[in-house]
Design a protein around this ligand. Structure first.
Ligand code: HEM
Length: 211
C-alpha cells in the first residue's frame, strides 16, 4: 500500500521545502550572525581576535559539532536550494517587478554564497588542519592582503548578506509571520537595514585586517 507521501509527491515537497526554510534560519543564519560577531573582534586588534579564535577552536567535540550543527544543515539547504533554483521559474504574471528581481537575486546570491563559503571553509578551516598552520590575525591578514582574494571576499560577503537578509524576509512569509502587505513592507525595511549593517560590519572587518 503506498503511503501518503508516495501517493502525493507534493506533500513530500512541502515538507522538504519547509525543512529547507527552517534550516536556512536555524542554524545557518544563526551561525552566520555568530560568525560575523566573532570575526568583528578583528576590530579590537590581533590579541583580542586571536584569543576569540583560540577559545572557539578549543571547544570540546568541535569537529562533530561543526559537522552536525553547521555542515549537514548547510549542505541540505544548499543542495535543496540548487534543486529549487533549477526547477523554479520567475512568475512575471503574478509578482511585481521588484519581487521578480528579488526572486532572481535570491537564487543568484545563493550560488555566490555557495562558492564563497566553500572556498572560505577550505582556506581557513580545512587547509589549516591539513597543512598544519594556525588560523590567526596574521594568517587572515596575509591571505586578504592579496587584492584578488580581497575582491573575492567583498563580492562573496555582499552576496551572502543579501541572501541572508532577503531570506529572513522570505522566511517570515513562508511561516505566516508576515501575512499582509503592510507587515511585509515593514519587515522588508527591517531586514534591509539588518543586511546592510552586517555587510558594513563585514567590510570593516576585512578592511581592518589588511591595514
Ligand atoms: C550563509 C548561507 C545561507 C544562509 C544564511 C541562507 C538563508 C536562507 C534563508 C533564511 C532562506 C529563506 C527560507 C524561506 O524561503 O522560507 C533561504 C532561501 C533560499 N536559499 Fe539560502 N541560505 C544560505 C545559503 C544558500 C545556498 C548555498 C544556496 C544554494 C546554492 C541557497 C539557496 C536558497 C534558495 C533557492 C532559497 C529559496 C528562495 C525562495 O523560496 O524564494 N541558500 N536561504
Amino acid at each position: 500500500m503506498p503511503n501518503q507521501l508516495q501517493k502525493n509527491p507534493d506533500v513530500a515537497h512541502f515538507y522538504l521545502r519547509r525543512l529547507h526554510s527552517l534550516l536556512g534560519v536555524i542554524p545557518v543564519s544563526a551561525f552566520l550572525v555568530e560568525h560575523m560577531i566573532a570575526n568583528s573582534f578583528i576590530l579590537k586588534g590581533p590579541e583580542a581576535y586571536n584569543s576569540v579564535i583560540q577559545a572557539l577552536r578549543s571547544l570540546p567535540f568541535l569537529v562533530p559539532l561543526e559537522i552536525l550543527l553547521i555542515g549537514f544543515p548547510l549542505a541540505y539547504h544548499s543542495v535543496y536550494g540548487i534543486y529549487i533554483t533549477l526547477t523554479g521559474s520567475a512568475n512575471t504574471a503574478s509578482y511585481s517587478y521588484l519581487r521578480n528581481w528579488m526572486y532572481v537575486l535570491q537564487r543568484v546570491s545563493g550560488i555566490i554564497a555557495l562558492v564563497f563559503i566553500a572556498y572560505h571553509v577550505w582556506e581557513f578551516r580545512i587547509a589549516s588542519d591539513i597543512y598544519g598552520f594556525e588560523v590567526s590575525y596574521e594568517a587572515v591578514s596575509k591571505a586578504l592582503a592579496n587584492p584578488w582574494n580581497f575582491a573575492f571576499y567583498s563580492v562573496g560577503l555582499a552576496g551572502t548578506m543579501f541572501h541572508f537578509a532577503n531570506g529572513l524576509w522570505l522566511f517570515c512569509i513562508t511561516w505566516g509571520i508576515t501575512l499582509g502587505p503592510k507587515s511585509q513592507r515593514i519587515a522588508g525595511w527591517i531586514f534591509a537595514v539588518a543586511g546592510l549593517v552586517f555587510f558594513v560590519l563585514a567590510m570593516q572587518t576585512i578592511w581592518a585586517v589588511v591595514q
